[in-house]
Design a protein around this ligand. Sequence first.
Ligand code: NAD
Ligand code: TDX
Length: 346
Amino acid sequence: MTGFKNIIVTGGCGFIGSNFVHYVVNNHPEVEHITVLDKLTYAGNKANLAGLPTDRVELVVGDICDKELVDQLVSKADAVVHYAAESHNDNSLQNPDPFIQTNIVGTYTLIQACHKYDVRFHHISTDEVYGDLPLREDLPGHGEGPGEKFTPDSPYRPSSPYSSSKASSDLLVRAWVRSFGLKATISNCSNNYGPYQHIEKFIPRQITNILSGIRPKLYGSGKNVRDWIHTNDHSRAVWTILTKGKIGETYLIGANGEKNNKEVLELILELMGQPKDAYDHVKDRPGHDLRYAIDATKLRTELGWEPKYTDFREGLKDTIKWYTEHRDWWEAEKAAVEANYAKNGQ
Ligand code: NAD
Ligand code: TDX
């Protein structure tokens, strides 16, 4: 039972938000209307909503920091699922300004409106708020001992302007729940992969490099570990939390997908028929988090969610196929994205 007929998805023209909109349209006919509120920054693309029924999905181009617009939209909604953010760590190191504005002030604007109209709010966040973990080989329990993965009780220890702005937004939501009774839940998810991910991010950058005849680029040693989850599993988890989650609770979303960056890159090269060593080591990211790993027990046991995309090789194969078949979606931007990285020695 949801009762959510009219939802707002902020950032619904970005990678994870647009995958969520597709998921809801295809799986939840009880949702009659989805308003996508998106500023269409460099990371937002209208084409991500192409083919969706226009009588159910409406795009409002606007800023989540625009108080009047947000007030007007939220007054008519049953729930807000909040994906909009500046999302790239490397950009946050070059210019933190939009991260502070969108991630912190934008979230504040939304929760004020949701509080005013008593509208259900789900806040999308990241495992990066918890900082990083040592590599498995350096841990007594090899990554399976107590405290060797992130749990909802892990301390907040963000490393970058991006992750600290997301941490700030999480704390605002928690305070609004406690002090004002905001009907909110929070989810902190690990690294997503799948279609519609911007080509500045690791996996699509390397796939589109190979498709463009450019050598892939690995930061530092490549030992850094990310806990990969297919974005469709993230969408189902968010829907589960929105409809079955307990108000005020935080749920961690992850699919036991730990891999180091070198392994992921070598797999991409293999699946694309390239030699295993056909890549360059480039300058490391300042403050580069070493390892992320999610303990999703709470989501699995309390809400019954399980990931479906458990074969990373197959998921990656599908993702490579998607970028190969959708050159028109990314090709025009490729040169500018690479020129920006090159300026930075990456
Ligand atoms: P993205 O950069 O692909 O998309 C962000 C979207 O937000 C874009 O469509 C952009 O136009 C929009 N946007 C930015 N500023 C806005 C503003 N001021 N007003 C309205 N719209 C605005 O990001 P993503 O990778 O899809 O991430 C979505 C959310 O998920 C973020 O909150 C991010 O922190 C979180 N998250 C991402 C990952 C990941 O692996 N990418 C993992 C965990 C959590
Ligand atoms: O060219 C590259 N080479 C490389 O080695 C790029 C772009 C990245 N990397 C490394 C850095 C990271 O260890 O790959 C890993 C993944 O990098 P990103 O795709 O930039 O993701 P990350 O920094 O881990 O953050 C992502 O997951 C958590 C999302 O961008 C965030 O929005 C989310 O919160």
